[in-house]
Structures are given as structure tokens and as C-alpha cells.
Design a protein around this ligand. Structure first.
Ligand code: 5AD
Ligand code: SF4
Length: 474
């Protein structure tokens, strides 16, 4: 019965901060803990174990973790008064970066576990539960290969609860050392999973009803995993293989670095219908001077040439990017170069951030930090430009018939929400049975950052589109 706790069953509440890899990792932690009798709960007050899966990429993200720990400490104390024990674990990149410091700053925390130690969670929890221990358990080794080998495959129940789309980590860590970024320190060196592991996981996801898989990696297009044939496989090679898995209609990947965008990956976009025409390709700045200071190892013109090649291969490719404004030493002229680059590329969507000095990264110590007010003003201008581009991109879809993977129920009764091939949210009316299927939708209007339309066709038993049923009004 729901709500009732079976004997021996323990509840785990996981709060996820930050990127998609953390979303993936949180589900994998739930899978590992299931082997120990834990079930996931959305209610922290009912949890025997609270895991905060944290993000360290910018200052605000890290600070939020400490204020949340205070909140869960109160829950822990309240439950203790009722005779229940609550363990608090801090996982993710703050755990990796701050380790012991967390235990010092927040004594309510029982366990600090870095991203490469999740396969050891059951043992670490036993250690942390030992009341005779004098100190907190801190596990921040870098052993990503062992983690990949030992983590269980996703359990169908967890997969199904996420709907028809899933993330799948194929690569972790980064060797690029951009001077602003903590990732090489928190996630460690670049490691690719063997292709056979990835294929097995993707097959498992497809069997559980997943229609779209997004391959994840901090530097996903640098993927160079061991192939089943013993050689090294590129990301493109892996994608061609995954596209053969029955039921996987859509493949995506993120995040890519411009320097690792191989010819074979660009060709795959031209050749593979399952590979969606959307590419997240951060450039960070349009100024060559700033790109050099960031250690990006390319200039703006290289990036623009690359975009041209990608668009030649796949003319309808939607592009997105990340930008940092107010990097140390960024002048008005540098910022204007970023604005010009954005105007030139015409993005479908972008993320943009104020530079945030991260402890231990080279740029954090630069003397010429940009004033907060200047950062805010630049960010506002950049975001206004990007929003205009997103609206323009969405408006250009109105009047077209596009394939939509229906993902979940919408906010209103009878409403469903899915995604176009270009990752735009699309709202339609229809029955819940449509969730998990791809439908041809006539886009009627664009509003805010969403599209609205009506279904033109339903797939037949073999999944082929039939233009028979029209649910469009008029
Ligand atoms: N300050 C601001 N933004 C950052 N990012 C990474 N590190 C920082 C930082 N120190 C941004 C980059 C990256 C995205 C994930 O976060 O744009 O691509
Ligand atoms: Fe960070 Fe990406 Fe640069 Fe790696 S390539 S250091 S993850 S911004």
C-alpha cells in the first residue's frame, strides 16, 4: 500500500542541484540504494536518508547547499525527537571540492561522497551509521572506471517514472582546464565508458519504454571509449550503433567542446534521422583576447567556421551555447564582440552567466575582476538579445508540421507536452495514452518559450505515421 512502510524498508530523499549529469547520478544512487532496501520518497520529513546531490559550478549554487543543509538539520532534529534516525549525505561536486570542510561547517552531515564513489554508497552508509565513529565519513577518491563498472544498470521502475526520455552518461571529467571552471577538479580527468556498457544501458532503457536518450558528458564529443572490437570508438561511431536499437527514435548529446567536433560527428548529423538537429556548443565569449585568457584554445573565427560546416551538413540545425560575461579583464569592446558573435550565429537558445570566481581555478586570482554592476548590465543586454533570437526561432516554426515526442501531461486537463526535434516544448490537447509516442503536430502559435499546436496524425501499429486522424480545429 502506498504511504505505508514495509518492514525493513528505508526511505531516501534525494535533492538534485545543477546539471543533467547530476540528475542522472541521482537516479543511479537510487538504483544502488534499492539493492539495500531503500525506496525513493519526495518527502524529506519521511526520509531515513537525505542526499543532497550538489553543484559547484557557480558560487550561488554552492551557497544554496549550505542553507539547505540547515533546513534538513532541523528535520533531522525533529525526527530524532520522535525516535527516528535521519542520515544526511552530501554528494556531487561541492562534496568533491570541499570534502572535510563540509563536515566541519555542518556537523549534521553524516557522509560526504564525491561523484566517483557512488558505487560505494551502501558500505559508506554503514560506516557513517556507526555511532562510535569520532569523525565524519568523507569519500572523495577519483576512481571513475570502478564506478562505471560497478554501478547497476537503471531499474525499469526508476526509468519509467521519468517518462519516455532518459539521460545516459557516456563520459565524465574534463582535461581542458578552462581557467574559470571547477569541473576538471571536481569530476577529474576525462574518462569514457566502454561502448558495450553504454549499449547495454541504452538497450535496457529502450526495453523500459524510453524513446529518446541524451548522451551525457562534460566533454561528450571527446568520447573515446573502448569498442566491443577492442579499438577506440568515437562518439559518432557510438551514436551509429545506438541508432540501431529498436525503439530508440531519438538521440541527443551534450555538452560538446568546439575543438572536439569531429568530421564523423558532423556527418552523422547529415546521415542519421535518429540524431536530433540540436547542438549545444558553448563558445563562452566572442572576444579572442578573452577566449585566450579562458584557455579555450580556439578563436571566434574558428567557431564561426565550424558552425558553417555544421549548418552545411544539417541546414535545420538548432544551436545553443553558454556565455560568461564579466570574465576578468573583459572590456566593453570584448563584450561587444560577444554580442556580434551571437548576432551572427542566431541561436535557438542559450545559457548566459555572470563570471563567478571559483576557489582553486586560475582566473579566480586575477587582479582585474569586473565590477558586479557592469556584469549585471552586460548580462541583461546579452539575455535580451538571446531571448529575441529564441522567440524568432520559435516563430519560424509556426505553420509547420513537426514531429513531437509526447513526454508528459501538461498543466491543464487534457493537455500534453512534448518536444520538437529542435528541443522546443510543444503543447497539444490529447489523451494520456499518447505519452511516449511521436506525433505529427501542426504548430499554430508560439507563446513565451513554448509552441502550441494540434496533432495531425497518429502512428499505426508499426509506428508509421498515418495522416488519417485530424484533431486540429477547423
Ligand atoms: N562562472 C560563471 N559561469 C561559469 N560556467 C562555468 N564556470 C563558470 C564560472 N566560474 C558556465 C560556463 C559553462 C556552464 C556549464 O557554466 O558557461 O559552459
Ligand atoms: Fe569546464 Fe567545459 Fe572548459 Fe571542461 S571544457 S574546463 S567542463 S568549461
Amino acid at each position: 500500500m502506498t504511504g505505508e512502510k514495509r518492514a525493513g524498508e528505508r526511505k531516501v530523499f534525494v535533492k538534485t542541484y545543477g546539471c543533467q549529469m547530476n540528475v542522472y547520478d541521482s537516479d543511479r544512487m537510487i538504483d544502488v540504494l534499492a539493492t539495500e532496501g531503500y525506496v525513493a520518497t519526495d518527502n524529506a520529513e519521511a526520509a531515513d536518508l537525505v542526499i543532497l546531490n550538489t553543484c559547484h559550478i557557480r558560487e550561488k549554487a554552492a551557497e544554496k547547499v549550505y542553507s539547505d543543509i540547515g533546513r534538513y538539520r532541523d528535520v533531522k532534529q525533529a525526527r530524532a525527537l520522535e525516535g527516528h534516525r535521519t542520515m544526511i549525505a552530501v554528494a556531487g561536486c561541492v562534496a568533491q571540492a570541499e570534502g572535510l570542510e563540509i563536515a566541519r561547517r555542518a556537523p549534521a552531515v553524516d557522509l560526504v561522497v564525491g561523484p566517483q564513489s557512488y558505487h560505494r554508497l551502501p558500505d559508506l552508509l554503514v560506516e557513517a551509521a556507526d555511532r562510535t565513529r569520532q569523525s565524519r565519513v568523507v569519500a572523495t577518491d577519483f576512481d571513475v572506471e570502478a564506478k562505471f563498472a560497478e554501478m547497476p544498470l537503471p531499474r525499469p521502475a526508476v526509468t519509467a517514472s521519468r517518462g519516455p526520455t532518459a539521460f545516459l552518461t557516456v563520459q565524465e571529467g574534463c582535461d581542458k582546464f578552462c581557467t574559470f571552471c571547477v569541473v576538471p577538479y571536481t569530476r577529474g580527468a576525462e574518462v569514457s565508458r566502454p561502448a558495450a556498457q553504454v549499449i547495454a544501458e541504452a538497450e535496457r532503457l529502450a526495453a523500459a519504454g524510453v524513446r529518446e536518450v541524451t548522451l551525457l558528458g562534460q566533454n561528450v564529443n571527446a568520447y573515446h571509449g573502448e569498442g566491443p572490437d577492442g579499438g577506440r570508438w568515437s562518439l559518432a561511431r557510438l551514436i551509429y550503433r545506438l541508432a540501431e536499437i529498436p525503439g530508440l527514435d531519438r538521440l541527443r548529446y551534450t555538452t560538446s567542446h568546439p575543438r572536439d567536433m569531429g568530421d564523423d560527428l558532423i556527418a552523422a548529423h547529415a546521415e542519421l534521422p535518429a540524431l536530433m538537429p540540436y547542438l549545444h556548443l558553448p563558445v563562452q565569449s566572442g572576444s579572442d583576447r578573452i577566449l585566450a585568457a579562458m584557455n579555450r584554445r580556439h578563436v571566434a573565427a574558428d567557431y564561426l567556421r565550424l558552425i558553417e560546416r555544421i549548418r552545411r551538413a544539417r541546414p535545420d540545425m538548432a544551436l545553443s551555447g553558454d556565455f560568461i560575461v564579466g570574465f576578468p579583464g573583459e572590456t566593453d569592446a570584448d563584450f561587444e564582440a560577444t554580442m556580434r558573435l551571437v548576432e551572427h550565429v542566431r541561436y535557438a537558445a542559450c545559457f548566459s552567466f555572470k563570471y563567478s570566481p571559483r576557489p582553486g581555478t586560475p582566473a579566480a586570482g586575477d587582479a582585474d575582476q569586473v565590477a558586479e554592476a557592469v556584469k549585471s548590465e552586460r548580462l541583461q543586454r546579452l539575455q535580451a538579445l538571446i531571448n529575441d533570437q529564441t522567440h524568432e526561432f520559435n516563430a519560424a516554426t509556426v505553420g509547420k508540421a513537426v514531429d513531437v515526442l509526447i513526454e508528459k501531461a501538461g498543466r491543464h486537463r487534457g493537455q500534453l507536452v512534448g518536444r520538437s526535434p529542435w528541443l522546443q516544448p510543444v503543447h497539444i490537447d490529447g489523451p494520456a495514452e499518447w505519452i511516449g509516442s511521436v506525433r505529427k503536430v501542426a504548430i499554430e502559435r508560439a507563446e513565451g518559450f513554448s509552441l502550441f499546436g494540434c496533432v495531425l496524425s497518429t502512428p499505426d501499429a508499426e509506428g508509421r505515421m498515418m495522416s488519417a486522424t485530424m484533431t486540429c480545429a477547423g
